[in-house]
Ligand binder design. Sequence first.
Ligand SMILES: Cc1cc2nc3c(=O)[nH]c(=O)nc-3n(C[C@H](O)[C@H](O)[C@H](O)COP(=O)(O)OP(=O)(O)OC[C@H]3O[C@@H](n4cnc5c(N)ncnc54)[C@H](O)[C@@H]3O)c2cc1C
Length: 403
Amino acid sequence: MTTTHTSADLDTFRARCIAFLDEHAVGIGTDDDPRGEHGLAAAKVFQAAAVEAGLAGLTYPTAYGGQGLTTDHERVWREECANHPMMTAQLVISQGMCLPMLDEYGTDEQRAAYQHRLISAEEVWCQMFSEPGAGSDVASLQTRAELDGDEWTLNGQKVWTTLAHVCDRGIVIARTDPDAPKHRGISMFIVDMRAPGVEIRPIHQIDGGRRFNEVFFSDVRIPADHQIGPLNEGWRLATAMLMYERVAIGASSIGGIQRPNTDHLIATARANGSTSDPRIRQELAAMYARETAQSVMALRSKADLQAGKTPGPAGSLGKLMRAEISRTLRELLGRLHGPGLVAGDGVDGAGKATLATFASSIAGGTDEIQRNIIGERVLGLPREPSVDKDLPFRELRVGTQRS
Ligand SMILES: Cc1cc2nc3c(=O)[nH]c(=O)nc-3n(C[C@H](O)[C@H](O)[C@H](O)COP(=O)(O)OP(=O)(O)OC[C@H]3O[C@@H](n4cnc5c(N)ncnc54)[C@H](O)[C@@H]3O)c2cc1C
């Protein structure tokens, strides 16, 4: 990795970023994208151009398709991306979660096989943790993997898998030792989403989207060398991936102090003449404060990541703040648009945007779970009682396991 650079080098690099983004960060072109397919296609074109320009995977090693640059370069790139339309929203899971996991926990062979493909978005990966009976308590998962010669056989079901229908591979956690306590008998694998026995069914969302899915595994074969990390230590890795997820959700698009929702709401309030309403003014000010705080927290998380620190529980703060912003947005859109919001498609897509805000309090772990994490692991409050943590998983009555 290049470790020395002058501020003039960074200025030159910034100019390169701006020139590239002016040309390529031109927006997705449509809001009507129920399955995320347009967004993903645009992201792939953008990422291919970024590879060509030497601007993809900035801090990842050159041996695996990165640029081997410094965290300062990454910071400059993000600052400039924040001034342009976001082109890679559909790559948040693949590049914001799967890629750093592979980099941190993958074998050299796995990194050689896949890292450059993830950086270039030639391959897109999904995350398969949640199950019908295992969401907040994901350690209760029942999808199982059994070793058979030099391959694993995977059986079970995942749910809410974002973009599974357009992904090439996914990171899955499965039970590999049902006799161990629930957190200790889990392992992590890379699964080919087009392998025989993988069935993907869309879930219909209230905003009209179908971006996430149920995924069923019936005797899916996984080569033994596609296990990530040590056997039965998948829970530790899953926790690390969830930390990356919270930073990705809470901080992904932030490159400086940004208040996109406040700006949009002020414009809406001006347009419909409600800026003199004291309640609206108060709530706009609250939104301004929340978005400012969110930006500062996101910058802090990013600085930690750039300093080489694995994201810690503080990532939950940014994730929770993002959910609070969504809630405030929902309430303010309701006040500003009134009943028009629920008629037809709502006002200028605001109806759809309002319905989409509910996901922020659930995706990546619910608000209650973030509060538990902040209480226990940031503030040092007593832990939630956990009566089943030392019992063999096989004996538990959890999730859909009832007998
Ligand atoms: C838009 C979106 C995208 C998603 N994408 C993915 C994905 O790509 N991959 C994936 O694996 N999953 C994904 N998920 C699933 C998500 O991680 C889960 O929905 C989430 O963890 C909650 O699990 P659950 O839905 O089973 O709710 P439950 O865990 O059943 O929770 C129900 C309610 O109980 C509360 N609750 C549960 N336990 C506690 C507790 N200990 N203390 C206090 N309250 C508690 C919760 O806060 C919630 O209000 C996605 C979800 C959404 C909304």
